[in-house]
Unconditional design. Structure first.
Length: 291
C-alpha cells in the first residue's frame, strides 16, 4: 500500500465563532484528486492549510512526512510544495520570465543558469514561452493565470495544490493544462479545487466533495457518476419539478431529478449531474433530520 503523502486527522478551522472546516479526516496519495464544493464550502481554507499558509484550529496534519506545526518541518514542506492560490498579486512591472524567476529565487534556487532553464521549462509547459518577455500588466487575465501556474510547477514539486487553475483559460489552454497535470500526477500528489466538473471528470480518478466544511463524498469519480444513472432523462416537455432542466440544442429537454418519473428515455449522466444530485440529497437529508 502507498504511504499517504497527506494525512489529516480531525482537522478543523474556525474564524471567530464560525466553523469553516469541521473535523476532516483525509488521506491523499500520488495522483490527481479533484476537490469540488459550492461557494463557501471550505475548499480554499483546506488548500491553504495543506500549503502551510494557514494553521488548523484543531486536529493534526502530516504533509509529505512532516508536521507543519513545527517551523523547521514547515520549511521542508514548503521546499517540496507548489501552490497556486485562488487569487495572487503580481508585480505588474515584471516580465513573465522575471516574475517566475523571482519566485524560483525565493524557493532557494541559487544557481542562475539551472534556475533560468527551469523557468523557461515551466513557462513552456503553460504555453507562455513566446510571451516570457512581456510585462505582467500587459498580459491578458488568462495569460497571467498561466504565469501564476508556472511558478507552482517550478522544480516538479512532490505536492501540487491548485486553487481553480483553469479559471479564465481558453479551451486550448485548458486541454493543454490537463496534459501537464496528468503528467504531474504520475509522480506527485496533485489536489485540484475547481468548479469545472468536466476537468475533474477528464483528469481525476478520485474526487472529494466538500459541503459546509465536511466531506460529503470521497471516492472514485466513476462511482459518483454511477449514482446518477436512472436520474437523467430526455423529454419533449419542460419539467418544473426537476433539479435541473433545460432545452438542449436538439430542441428536446434534458432533466435531472432525485425522483424521476417512470418509463422515461434515460440519458447518460455526467459528473455534474451526479454532483447536483449528491448536493440535493444532502439538503433533503438535512431537512429530513430537522423535520
Ligand atoms: N479570513 C477569513 N475570515 C473570516 N471568514 C473567512 C475567511 N476566509 C474564509 N472565510 C469563510 O470561510 C468559509 C469558507 O471559505 P472558502 O474560501 O474556504 O470557501 P470555498 O469553498 O473556497 O469557496 P469558493 O468556491 O467561493 O472559492 C466562507 O464562509 C468564508 O466566508
Amino acid at each position: 500500500m502507498t504511504t499517504p503523502s497527506i494525512q489529516l486527522v480531525g482537522v478543523g478551522r474556525r474564524y471567530g465563532p464560525t466553523t469553516v472546516l469541521d473535523g476532516l479526516d483525509l488521506d491523499l496519495t500520488p495522483g490527481v484528486t479533484g476537490l469540488l464544493g459550492p461557494n463557501g464550502a471550505g475548499k480554499t481554507t483546506l488548500l491553504r492549510i495543506l500549503s502551510t499558509v494557514l494553521a488548523p484550529s484543531s486536529g493534526h496534519c502530516r504533509i509529505l512526512g512532516f508536521d507543519p506545526a513545527d517551523p523547521d518541518q514547515r520549511t521542508e514542506i514548503r521546499r517540496r510544495l507548489g501552490y497556486l492560490p485562488q487569487e495572487s498579486g503580481y508585480p505588474r512591472g515584471f516580465t513573465a520570465f522575471r516574475y517566475v524567476d523571482y519566485v524560483a529565487a525565493l524557493k532557494e534556487w541559487t544557481e542562475r543558469d539551472s534556475r533560468h532553464a527551469e523557468v523557461r521549462r515551466v513557462l513552456a509547459l503553460v504555453g507562455l514561452d513566446d510571451l516570457a518577455a512581456k510585462r505582467m500588466r500587459t498580459l491578458s487575465g488568462g495569460q497571467r493565470r498561466r504565469a501564476a501556474l508556472a511558478q507552482a510547477l517550478l522544480g516538479s514539486p512532490d505536492l501540487l495544490v491548485l486553487d481553480e487553475p483553469t479559471t479564465g483559460l481558453d479551451p486550448e489552454q485548458r486541454a493543454s493544462l490537463r496534459g501537464v497535470l496528468s503528467g504531474a500526477g504520475h509522480r506527485s500528489t496533485v489536489l485540484l479545487a475547481t468548479h469545472q466538473t468536466e476537468d475533474v471528470a477528464a483528469l481525476c480518478e478520485r474526487v472529494i466533495v466538500l459541503d459546509a466544511g465536511r466531506i460529503l463524498y470521497d471516492g472514485a469519480v466513476t462511482a459518483l457518476v454511477g449514482t446518477a444513472t436512472g436520474k437523467v432523462w430526455h423529454a419533449d416537455e419542460e419539467q418544473a419539478a426537476a433539479l435541473s432542466s433545460w432545452r438542449t440544442g436538439t430542441g428536446r429537454y434534458r432533466h435531472v431529478a432525485l425522483d424521476p418519473p417512470e418509463d422515461v428515455e434515460l440519458a447518460e449522466p455526467t459528473l455534474e449531474d451526479a454532483y447536483l444530485l449528491l448536493r440535493a440529497q444532502a439538503v433533503r437529508d438535512r431537512a429530513g433530520v430537522t423535520a
